[in-house]
Ligand binder design. Structure first.
Ligand code: HH2
Length: 263
């Protein structure tokens, strides 16, 4: 999954994809490099980011969705927790909803997703991006993320979403300190027991700076490669990354190692 942030303030690539045709050029390049999904979002959810109103988010994302949908063949996912944005995006061709709140923030998003019959990514977080680190307290982070994701699945099924349309994401960096994100990556195989495809998004996140000196997010692609490898070996089905071409090599090798187990 290649990431396109239509934001001025995303932590690693803010401002890069605000122009629709430029965003579409990036999406086309990602598809050519092997991306199977293009994820488009118009609100930064980095810790402490300023929330964006629905009308502003729609105004930002609509022209980019239109431009990208015209030029790529792979499915587009809409990275938003707002039902109005998801509805508009589905109307413009988005085929997947990516909800960082796991159906906690907008009660209308589950029923909308069910009615439109599109798959949904339920990501784990606690609190809001503005205060999520206040919620980063765990006794057993993997066990608690599993329990919270199970609750998110229950919300989805109760809203009428079919089990085959659910994907789960442990939310690296969301309401998690560095040690928590690392523990989640190390314990990913336990999350596969929930029985849903797993999406993992380590790309350029600060939890990797504890073990490297790559402080500038754009300089975190090598650390990302290590985390992507761990994610694939831990059982991730989809990895969400900014640098698709480079990470394709990483994913292919990690896949080959995984497939060679027991040979
Ligand atoms: N991470 C971010 C945003 N959306 N969605 C899923 N499913 N999983 C993630 O890990 C995830 C996500 C944050 O990264 P990014 O979009 O690059 O930054 P920002 O929120 O600053 O735009």
């Amino acid at each position: 999954m290649g990431v396109i942030n239509v934001t001025p303030d995303s932590f690693s690539d803010g401002g890069v994809a605000l122009d629709p045709e430029h965003a579409a050029d990036i999406a086309v390049a990602m598809e050519a490099a092997g991306a199977d999904i293009i994820d488009i979002g118009a609100e930064s959810t980095r810790p402490g980011a300023t929330p964006v109103g629905t009308a502003d988010e729609i105004a930002r994302v609509r022209p980019v969705l239109q431009a990208v949908a015209k030029r790529v063949g792979v499915p587009i996912s809409i990275d938003s927790y707002k039902s109005e944005v998801a509805e508009l995006a589905i109307g413009e061709g988005a085929a997947i909803v990516n909800d960082i709140s796991g159906l906690q923030y907008d009660p209308r998003l589950g029923p909308l997703t069910a009615a439109r019959g599109v798959p949904i990514v339920l990501m784990h977080t606690r609190g809001r991006p503005q205060d999520m680190y206040a919620h980063a307290e765990y006794e057993d982070v993997v066990g608690e993320v599993m329990a919270d994701l199970q609750a998110a699945v229950t919300r989805a099924l109760t809203a009428g979403i079919s089990p085959g349309s659910v994907l789960l994401d442990p939310g690296l960096g969301f309401a998690k300190r560095a040690q928590h994100s690392l523990a989640v990556l190390a314990g990913l195989d336990r999350l596969t027991a929930l029985g849903y495809p797993l999406l993992v998004g380590p790309s350029r996140k600060s939890f990797m700076t504890a073990s490297t000196d790559a402080v500038d997010p754009a300089a975190r692609d090598w650390p990302t490669a290590a985390a992507v490898t761990a994610a694939v070996l831990g059982g991730a089905h989809i990895v969400r990354v900014h640098r698709v071409a480079a990470m394709m090599h990483v994913v292919r090798v990690a896949d080959a190692i995984r497939d060679a187990a027991g040979v």
